[in-house]
Design a protein around this ligand. Structure first.
Ligand code: ATR
Length: 289
């Protein structure tokens, strides 16, 4: 779909891409090309299937070919850090890079997943995070980024519940300097559930093809509670459907994907991201998938 300001590819075109393995399922090329069209930026964004042994050479390629920016996805978010010139503090604490900015051959790594999540949560639910009590379910890579970004918003308490308790406790310890954090097992959710203002799923429970999965018991969900999922395939997970039925405010996972891309676009171009056009094209692609 050509936007109203579509610019043809020519010798001035600035190049971008996403490095992943697998990568053909990625909606980033669709979303970012739409953003460039909408804003009239002469740029093109493609998907690159980079297998683990070739990541270093691919990063050298960013410098050699003068790409302005690259997104990095599974499984490269950690390994890529050693090939960059600078790592932004957030990405260093999270331990993962998903966005690279090339400033005249000098590559800086950022992590826009966590801040993208928080911006989406605030814009879509209107929640004020300061003083809130938050229950995070999951303690893997995605949880690290999101929980760190949430912790910086000044909540009163973050409980991190995970199937593997050690990982929840380790993440809670890493973030203890930012807010009150507690790591625990999934069975301990029942002890604190009536104190919770916001629940966030950061496990793969409910994700296609396991659409019948729920990360936690939802029988205590109530009006006034905000229930947020980071799974966006399907767009409305079982947990969110049950939350809606209980009268809770829901926050679907697609927003995190859109806003991590919005921040990347803004770092690269300095232009506010055309978020609604980006969302529209991704929703249409997922609906037709
Ligand atoms: P991601 O990068 O998406 O965070 P990950 O690092 O593999 O992926 O983390 C997956 C998360 O989902 C973990 O919290 C994992 O729990 P464990 O740490 O105990 O493995 C959680 N998870 C995955 N499958 C699960 C299941 N069937 N029940 C409960 N938690 C599950």
């Amino acid at each position: 779909m050509a936007g109203k300001n579509s610019v043809p590819i020519n010798t001035e075109t600035v190049l971008y891409g996403v490095f992943g393995d697998p990568v053909r399922q990625s909606k980033s090329p669709l979303m970012l090309n739409r953003a460039f069209q909408e804003t009239g930026v002469n740029a093109a964004y493609a998907a690159f299937h980079i297998t683990p042994g070739t990541l270093r050479a691919a990063v050298e390629g960013i410098r050699a070919l003068g790409f302005r920016g690259v997104n990095v996805t599974i499984p490269h978010k950690l390994e890529v850090m050693q090939y960059l010139d600078e790592i932004h503090e957030d990405a260093r604490v999270i331990g993962a890079v998903n966005t690279i900015v090339n400033e005249n051959g000098r590559l800086t790594g950022y992590n826009t997943d966590g801040i993208g999540y928080v911006r989406s949560l605030k814009e879509e639910t209107g929640i004020q995070l300061a003083g809130k009590r938050v229950l995070i379910v999951g303690a893997g890579g995605a949880s690290r980024g999101v929980t760190y970004a949430l912790a910086k918003e000044g909540p009163a308490q973050i409980w991190i519940a995970n199937r593997t308790v050690d990982k929840a406790q380790a993440l809670a310890a890493d973030l203890a300097g930012l807010t009150q954090t507690t790591g625990m097992g999934l069975d301990q959710i029942t002890d604190i559930k009536h104190e919770v203002d916001l629940v966030v799923n950061l496990t793969s429970q409910g994700m296609h093809p396991n659409v019948a999965g729920v990360p936690l018991d939802t029988s205590w969900f109530r009006p006034g509670l905000v229930v947020s999922d980071t799974v966006y395939n399907p767009l409305l997970t079982r947990m969110l459907r049950e939350a809606k039925e209980a009268g809770a405010t829901i926050h679907p996972g697609l927003g995190m994907f859109i806003y991590q891309g919005a921040f990347a676009f803004e770092y690269w171009t300095g232009i506010p991201a055309p978020v609604s056009a980006m969302r529209e094209v991704v929703e249409a692609a997922l609906a037709g998938a």
